[in-house]
Design a protein around this ligand. Sequence first.
Ligand SMILES: [Zn+2]
Length: 348
Amino acid sequence: MRDPLLVCLALGGLVFPACDPDGHVDFFQTVTPAPSFPGTAGDAAVYQNLFAYTPDSKCAPQVPRQLDSKTEVRIFVGNGVAASEIGRYAGGLQRYYDFYGVTMFTRYDPIAVPLDHAIVLNDAVIADRMREVAGVDPACLSSLYPTVACEQAYGAAMLYNVKQFLHAYAEPDRNVINLVLLKRVASLNPGAETGLLNWGIAGLGLSEALVNSAGGSDVSISLADTLDETGFSPTVFIAVNLTDFLLREPDIVVAHEFGHAYGLPHLKPGDLDYGTNLMDPSASECDLSLRTDQLTTIEQATAAYGDLLDTSLYDGPELLSFTDRAPEILEIVRARVAARALATGGGQ
Ligand SMILES: [Zn+2]
């Protein structure tokens, strides 16, 4: 057992208090840019060892076509993630995309970010924050069509750390993809009924195109409105603990989230290659492949990020990505926050 905390989360709220003996989770964490940021670009060759890997022929995908593309990456490392993880994750990313002729590079040292997690799913904590910091009654979330101020107060709490990171390091768009290795994507101490959501989130891949396309769906709360950020570099948060717990090597998780960062949507049942494709909603086998048309999208994205996605392709829960589960998760946590606010007499 690599991480007892994860097992506690998987079992949900019943056993949760035993997993958090001191009861303290630092839910909202401030990020200020390091003095070395943005910095002067170094020689990519100096950093190429970050992307070094040992080939694994057992995990070779189908390769219908090879690109000749490059993607610049900036690497960030959260609290408690060992430096040795950088090479495993960046190397895993390169091991996958090398099959397709996409070369990753960076020209900067990795930067430490003081984050334990990216998002908070604890309804009580979110409700308090909306009330105390934004001055918004969280019962506003019980409306079928919450006001923009209500949605933004909700996002400012749930996505506080994400927004802190984007402000510090991703805005304006610098035409790189940020790879942020955190111990977890969702914080410890989820609400009593959101423990299973917490457990399932291994990655969060944000690109503006992806967020906008999710925002175009007809759910009453959209990720675009709730996140309330524009003009940012595509940013991938990876839950290192969960990924290492589930998989022998992290390649598929980080490659899948980069697929979203490039603008690739999920496949859906019935699609060509569904079940053997990297962009399957619950991708986890190590030899999942990319199709010719997906490679064309990546080829275009490596020059200019963002093909708007078809919102009809967002069809439900997945293991791997918060982004694609956002409508579902936003609705579930919203309902919990609203129910709590109403029950404690805060509303109406
Ligand atoms: Zn996904």
